[in-house]
Design a protein around this ligand. Sequence first.
Ligand SMILES: C[S@@+](CC[C@H](N)C(=O)[O-])C[C@H]1O[C@@H](n2cnc3c(N)ncnc32)[C@H](O)[C@@H]1O
Length: 265
Amino acid sequence: MDREPRLYSQGIYEAQRRGLIERQRAQIADHFNHEFRGMTICNSRFLSPLARLALSMHNGVERILELGPGTGVAAAHMHYLRPEAEIHTAWGSSPINPYLIFKEEFFADPPNDQHATIFAELKRRYPDEFDCPKAESPESESITMDRLIKLRVFDELSEDSPFINRQIVSNVLNDELSQPKGPYDFIYEKCGPLFYSGYFGNDRLFDYLHEQLSPIGIMVVDYLPDELFLNTPNDLKVVFRDTGKLVIKKDFPRLEELCAAAAHF
Ligand SMILES: C[S@@+](CC[C@H](N)C(=O)[O-])C[C@H]1O[C@@H](n2cnc3c(N)ncnc32)[C@H](O)[C@@H]1O
C-alpha cells in the first residue's frame, strides 16, 4: 500500500539537519520563492539548449554550480546528463528539497525554446489541477510544491543520495555566509542573479565566478553586458549568442569544436 506522500518542506528540514543547506536568517523578499508561492513559469525553466550542448561535450565534469536555481528543474536535468557530478546551488530565497527530483521522463525530449518550462508542460498534462483565480498574467499563476508531490511528478531519492549536494540560500555575495567555492567545471544560470545584476553589480559577481572556474571550466549564462568583455581575461574564450553567453576556459580540450557547434544556437 502506498504510504502518505511527504511534504515538500520535510526534505528541506532533513537536508538542513544534515548540513546540505546553508541559509541566511533573514529571508530576502522574492516573488520567485517557491516555498510559499509554489511553482510558476518564472522558477521552472528547463536547462537551456546552449547549456545542454556544452554539458554534452564536456566529459570531465565533476562539479557543477547553478546560480538562482528556482525549483530545481535545470539541476535535475544536469543530474540526469551527468549523474556522477556533484551539484551545488547558490543564491535565491528558497531551498530545494534535494530528495525529490523531477522524473526523468520530463527531460527525454526537452523543448528547444530556451524559456520553456515544466510549469507549462504540467498545465498541459493536468489542466484541472491548476488554480488560476482571475490570473491577470501567466506570471501570476502558480501551483504549490505539495500539490506537485500529489501529482507524482517527482521521484523520491534516499537521504544518502540527494541530487543537489550543497545549497547556499541567500542574497548574492552575502559576506556573512560562506560562498560557493570552486573549482567548478560547469557554472549555469538562467535569469538568475547575474541577469538581475544583484546588489553588488555583475562585474564583481562575474570576477568571483571566473575565479571559481576549473582550468577546463565552462560557464553558460543568459546575460552579461558586453562591456564586461572589453578586456576579456586571457584565459577565457567568450561566445556571444542571442540565446546566452558561453564562457569557456581556453584549456578546455574541445574548445574549437564547442565554439563551432555553439554558432548554430
Ligand atoms: C526568475 S528566477 C529564475 C529561476 C530559474 N533559474 C529559472 O530560470 O526558472 C530568478 C532567481 O534568481 C535569484 N536571484 C535574483 N537576484 C538575486 C540576488 N540579488 N541574490 C540572490 N538571488 C537572486 C532569485 O531568487 C531566483 O531564484
